[in-house]
Design a protein around this ligand. Structure first.
Ligand code: NAD
Length: 471
């Protein structure tokens, strides 16, 4: 069986110093598909040393040289795109279309960052001063399991563009996809030590990173809970922070929306990536006046969200990523039932004949109020909470009455009015009548959804320090 590399240091894949072994279980059928030996603190210390050494020369490279490295990584990812899609399905359970889209975006992220770098002014004049922006130093990058290649690409591309060197800590739950991305970076021919990877338990790797003054930047994508732990610890050595955290995104259907488009789109927003998306639109606000019509459309649309093994057909949803995720989603469905919400679609258990993997039923609750746990907590699975409102102001107030503020969605027949409402929402990104992604515009969250932004120019600047020279 395949053994996944967990350690890449100073330009080489290495046998880890760590000894703890784990099996990688496919969520499609619960069968082991690979194994990994986790990296430990010693591996992480070595990776930090290699990154510190490489920083001396890499931080002095020209933007043109760094653009060439970014393009080379882009090209290498495209060469491995079929492997990446295959492993994203087997290791994570993504539907094929999603696996394809997510991995292609990972490749284009490197090309986009090269584009940004091509026009970026690292030195500017402000009043009588020269302002210099330079690489922040060694960056520790933490990524989650639900968007392995995409999250790694966003962080690695921006850090490399800035002239930083890297210790990458991908999720230990999807290490095979991370290994392939690391192989692409290896094949792109960067100087040794510029990108290093250690994969193991978050707490263990974090210990070495937090103890090191050489690491000056943390860029973390993951849960709000863990983001807060890292933020508190990072202050001791004043590491700069970017946090991309959880969400409980509101989707507001206005009275004048074209419901035949808005309702299927609302389910797509809730169930994308098997419901395991930070940006999922999991609170659907509907006008009380259209409640019956919308509920009928939700039932009809929910039927089209087919679930199955992505290797065997073009299903809209695959399984949840692991047993822990499956159990979590079942618990939340039970919580919704116990709180008195009504099931309109889905519910507890596996869809018929799909008990071999971690398949769950795409679930829609109606009769939800914004104080219920299923409306406040990030479930991170295919569970939609539908909440009725009596006035637009009430919809906006309820949408903003959340700890989170990552994404929001509005459906309306009047784009100008929807744009005015978007100004009222406390969210980092707002989509009006679309689910489109803009990979160059800022992405990140208000409130407990994070600190800072990723993507494009602003993503690059998260890895720069600013120095003013006067006289
Ligand atoms: P997680 O917080 O459990 O893990 C994220 C990373 O942190 C992993 O690499 C993990 O190994 C590490 N980690 C876990 N526990 C740790 C600890 N105690 N100390 C140090 N490191 C630790 O998140 P996850 O379950 O992998 O991912 C799902 C979460 O990520 C969801 O909340 C989702 O909303 C969020 N997410 C956010 C975005 C975004 O851009 N805002 C994107 C994707 C996912």
């Amino acid at each position: 069986m395949k053994t996944v590399n967990s350690v890449y240091i100073d330009g080489k894949f290495e046998t880890p110093h760590g000894t703890e072994k784990a099996a990688i279980i496919s969520p499609l059928d619960r069968q082991p598909i690979a194994s990994i030996v986790y990296a430990d603190q010693t591996d992480t210390e070595k990776a930090i040393q290699a990154a510190s050494k490489a920083l001396v020369t890499y931080s002095k490279t020209t933007a043109t040289q760094r653009s060439q490295y970014l393009i080379a990584i882009h090209d290498e990812i495209l060469k491995r795109i079929d492997d990446l899609i295959d492993v994203t399905i087997r290791e994570y359970g993504a539907p094929r279309e999603r696996a394809k889209w997510a991995n292609l975006i990972a490749a284009t992220t490197f090309a986009d960052q090269a584009k940004v770098l091509g026009t970026y002014a690292f030195t500017t004049t402000v009043n009588e001063s020269t302002v210099i922006r330079e690489a922040i130093g060694v960056a520790a990058l933490f990524t989650p399991w639900n968007a392995t290649a995409g999250a790694i690409a966003l962080k690695v591309a921006a850090a490399l563009a800035a002239g930083c060197t890297i210790v990458l800590k991908p999720s230990e739950f999807c290490p095979w996809q991370a290994e392939i991305i690391m192989e692409c970076i290896d094949a792109a021919g960067l100087p040794a030590g510029v990108v290093n990877m250690v994969n193991g338990h978050g707490e263990v790797i974090t210990e070495a990173i937090m103890q090191s003054a050489a690491v000056t930047k943390i860029s973390f994508t993951g849960s709000t809970l863990v983001g807060k732990i890292l933020a508190k610890r990072a202050v001791d050595t004043m590491k700069r922070l970017t946090l991309e955290l959880g969400g409980k995104s509101a989707n507001i259907i206005l009275e004048d929306a074209d419901l035949s488009i808005a309702i299927p789109m609302a389910l797509q927003a809730a169930f994308m990536n098997n419901g395991q998306a930070c940006i999922a639109g999991t609170r659907l606000f509907i006008p009380a006046s259209k409640k019956d019509e919308i509920e009928a459309l939700l039932i009809k649309a929910a039927d089209t969200f087919t679930v199955g093994d992505p290797r065997q057909g073009d299903f809209k949803l695959g399984p949840l990523a692991n047993q822990r995720q499956y159990d979590r989603i079942q618990q939340y469905i039970q919580i919704g039932i116990d709180e008195g919400a009504t099931l309109l679609a889905g519910g507890l258990g596996h869809p018929e004949e799909l008990s071999a993997g971690y398949y769950a039923k795409p679930t829609v609750f109606i009769g939800v109020n914004n104080q219920m746990r299923i409306a406040r907590e990030e479930i991170f699975g295919p569970v939609l909470s539908v909440i009725t409102y009596n006035s637009e102001q009430e919809a906006i107030d309820m949408a903003n009455d959340s700890d989170y503020g990552l994404m929001a969605y509005i459906s309306s027949g009047n784009h100008t009015h929807a744009t005015e409402l978007a100004r009222e929402l406390k969210s980092g990104r707002i989509l009006i009548n679309t689910l489109k992604h803009d990979p160059l515009a800022p992405f990140g969250g208000y409130k407990h959804s994070g600190i800072g932004r990723e993507n494009g120019l602003i993503g690059l600047e998260e890895f720069l320090e600013i120095k003013t020279v006067i006289g």
